[in-house]
Design a protein around this ligand. Structure first.
Ligand SMILES: Nc1ncnc2c1ncn2[C@@H]1O[C@H](COP(=O)(O)OP(=O)(O)O)[C@@H](O)[C@H]1O
Ligand SMILES: [Mg+2]
Length: 398
C-alpha cells in the first residue's frame, strides 16, 4: 500500500514517538522493519547494523526471505557502500549495477532497492528497502526513509546509553555488595573473637573477688563490680552484633511458622525470668506465616523483649500480639512509648530513644528485626506517642 506524503509524515511522527520509548535494540528493530516498509511502500525491509568491517543483516520483514542473521564484508554489499560513502543509494535495476553482489540477490525477490544510512556523519547501520518489480522510490518516500533513519540513530544512542547506564549500576551494585559482605564477615569475625577474652575477664574478676575479696576491701570490690557490669554490657553488645550479622547472612529458609505459639513461648520465658512482674498477655489464637523459623524467632525475641522492657514501669503491663489490617502482624504494649518524630531512626543500628540509665540496651535489636523483615520482602513500621505505649507492625511478603 502506498501512503500519501501527508499520511507518511503522520505515520513517521508516530514512529518517532514509539522509537523515543524503545529501551532495547530488539524494540527498535521491531518498530523499524515495519515502519520502513510502510513509509516507502516497499515489498521488504532490512535493518542492517555495522559490525566492525561487516554488515550484519540483523532483522527483516519482507514478502520472501532476504538475509536475516547473515554478515557480509562492508565492501561487498550495498549497505556497506551506503555506510562507507555516508549517502543513500537508490538502484532501480539491481542486475545492472556492479556494486550489487548478484549471487546474493538471485535467490530473493528483489529487483529494485533503496538503502538509507543510519547516522549520516558516522553511519552505524542502514535501512534497506526492496521492491519485487522495478521501481524508483519518489523523493518524498526517500525523505520519509531519511527521517526514519535519523530517528533510529537517536533511538540507538538511547539504547546504548541505557545499556551503559544499566551496566554501570550493576557494576556499582556488585561492588557495594562485595564491600558489604566483607564488612559483614569482618564484624562477625571480630565479634566472635571478642567472646573468649570477655569470658576470661569475667572469670578472672570473679576469681579475684572470691579469693582476694578481703584484701581488696569494699572499694576494690566496688571497682570489680563495675568491671563485671561493663563486661556484661560488652557481652550483650557482641551477642547482638553477632545476631545482626546472622540476620543478614545465609540462605533464607521458608517454612510455615506459627507466630502465636512462638510468642507464647517467648513471653513465658520472659515471665519466668522476671516472676514478680505482672503483665497481661493477649495473643491471637493463630498467626501462621511463611518464613525463616530461626530468623522469625529473632524478630519476636526482639519485639517482645522490647515490649517487656518498656512496660517495666507500668504497675500492670499489657502486651498484645495479633493480626492487623492488610495481613500485618502487630506487637503492642502499654509501656513508655517514644516520640514518633524519630521513628525512622529506631531501625538503624545503635539508635536508641531512651537513655541506658532508664532502660538498658544496645540499640541493635530493631536493626536486626528490620533486616530480617526486609530479607523476607516485607515491611515494618511503628506507631507510638510518649507515655502511650508502642505498636510495631510488620508484613512478610514475597
Ligand atoms: N516497645 C517499645 N516501646 C518504646 N520504645 C521502644 C520500643 N521498642 C523500641 N523502642 C525504642 O527503640 C530503640 C531501639 O530499640 P532496639 O533496637 O531494640 O534497642 P534496645 O532494645 O537495645 O534499646 C529503643 O532504645 C527504644 O528507644
Ligand atoms: Mg531491644
Amino acid at each position: 500500500m502506498q501512503l500519501s506524503y501527508v499520511e507518511g509524515m503522520e505515520r513517521l511522527v508516530l514512529v518517532v514517538q514509539q522509537l523515543a520509548t524503545a529501551r532495547t535494540l530488539e524494540a527498535v528493530m521491531v518498530i523499524v522493519r515495519s515502519a520502513a516498509r510502510e513509509l516507502s511502500g516497499a515489498d521488504g525491509a532490512t535493518f542492517v547494523l555495522r559490525d566492525d568491517d561487516h554488515c550484519h543483516y540483523a532483522d527483516e520483514e519482507a514478502i520472501g526471505p532476504l538475509w536475516k542473521g547473515k554478515r557480509f564484508p562492508l565492501h561487498t554489499c550495498i549497505s556497506g557502500w551506503a555506510m562507507l560513502h555516508r549517502e543513500p543509494v537508490v538502484i532501480a535495476n539491481i542486475y545492472a549495477d556492479p556494486r550489487i553482489p548478484h549471487d546474493a540477490y538471485r535467490p530473493t525477490f528483489v529487483k529494485s532497492l533503496a538503502m538509507t544510512p543510519i547516522r549520516r556523519i558516522d553511519p552505524v547501520g542502514a535501512i534497506g528497502t526492496y521492491w519485487a518489480t522495478q521501481y524508483t522510490p519518489t523523493p518524498e518516500q526517500l525523505r520519509l526513509l531519511q527521517g526514519l533513519a535519523d530517528a533510529v540513530s537517536v533511538a540507538l544512542e538511547n539504547v546504548d546509553l541505557l545499556a551503559n547506564l544499566e551496566r554501570r549500576v550493576e557494576e556499582r551494585t556488585a561492588q557495594l555488595q562485595m564491600i558489604n559482605d566483607e564488612l559483614e564477615s569482618f564484624s562477625s569475625a571480630v565479634s566472635h573473637d571478642l567472646r573468649a577474652p570477655l569470658r576470661a575477664i569475667d572469670a578472672f574478676t570473679a576469681q579475684l573477688a572470691e579469693d582476694h575479696g578481703e584484701a581488696l576491701g569494699s572499694v576494690g570490690l566496688a571497682v570489680l563490680k563495675r568491671v563485671h557490669g561493663a563486661t556484661s554490657r560488652m557481652q550483650a553488645l557482641v551477642e547482638d552484633l553477632l545476631a545482626l550479622s546472622k540476620a543478614s547472612r545465609g540462605v533464607l529458609a521458608r517454612d510455615q511458622v506459627d507466630l502465636a505459639a512462638l510468642a507464647r513461648e517467648i513471653l513465658g520465658e520472659l515471665q519466668r525470668a522476671d516472676p514478680q512482674r505482672e503483665v497481661q498477655v493477649v495473643i491471637a489464637p493463630d498467626l501462621r506465616v511463611d518464613g525463616d523459623p530461626r530468623l522469625l524467632r529473632a524478630v519476636l525475641d526482639n519485639l517482645l523483649g522490647n515490649a517487656w522492657k518498656f512496660t517495666r514501669k507500668r504497675p500492670r503491663g499489657r502486651i498484645e500480639v495479633g493480626h492487623g489490617a492488610d495481613d500485618c502482624v502487630f506487637v503492642r504494649d502499654n509501656g513508655a512509648g517514644f516520640d514518633p518524630t524519630y521513628q525512622d531512626k529506631l531501625f538503624r543500628p545503635f539508635q536508641r530513644l531512651h537513655s541506658s540509665t532508664e532502660f538498658e540496651g544496645t540499640g541493635i535489636g530493631l536493626a536486626t528485626v528490620h533486616r530480617i523483615i526486609h530479607r523476607h520482602g516485607g515491611r515494618i513500621w511503628a506507631e507510638s506517642a510518649p507515655g502511650e505505649g508502642a505498636t510495631f507492625s510488620f508484613t512478610l511478603d514475597g
